[in-house]
Design a binder for this molecule. Structure first.
Ligand SMILES: [Zn+2]
Ligand SMILES: [Zn+2]
Length: 145
């Protein structure tokens, strides 16, 4: 049986069929690409501006421009400050999705979560173990009788 592979677009909420793992529908993707082109051509016409000037000047959503900066879609020299806010605390950063502190915190949280999952799994294994032990005990008992 084939599982129907459909998804709600993260932006317009319309249902679409993803080709790979994309979160937005082809229409929204096309609109994004159009905006990206607009941003790129604005930067070509105004080299050396800041990210904020690029957002204001191109009229593109800040998030889209930040993502482009993060993805390294601009040449280094084209922007005066290739900075965008950390996805967690909003501090300006130049690489990755989070600032160093947030990245450390997220890593610590992930480790804590993994440790919690591990101890949960161990507890479950122990329970299973105890169960089979008592089953063997019961079998032994029945044999003795
Ligand atoms: Zn969409
Ligand atoms: Zn941060």
């Amino acid at each position: 049986m084939n599982k129907l592979n459909i998804k709600n677009c993260a932006r317009c909420k319309r249902i679409f069929i993803p080709v790979s793992k994309e979160k937005i529908c082809p229409d929204c993707r096309a609109a994004d690409l159009e905006l990206e082109e607009k941003v790129k051509s604005y930067l070509r016409d105004h080299p050396g501006i800041t990210v904020n000037q690029l957002i204001e000047g191109s009229g593109a959503p800040a998030k889209l421009v930040w993502r482009m900066v993060q993805q390294g879609q601009f040449e280094n020299s084209a922007l005066k400050d290739a900075q965008y806010p950390c996805g967690r605390c909003g501090k300006l950063i130049t690489r990755g999705a989070y600032c160093t502190e947030c990245a450390d915190k997220l890593k610590a949280n992930a480790q804590k979560f993994a440790a919690a999952m591990n101890s949960k799994r161990r507890a479950a294994e122990k329970k299973a173990q105890t169960f089979s032990d008592s089953m063997y005990d019961a079998m032994d008992n029945s044999r003795e009788r």
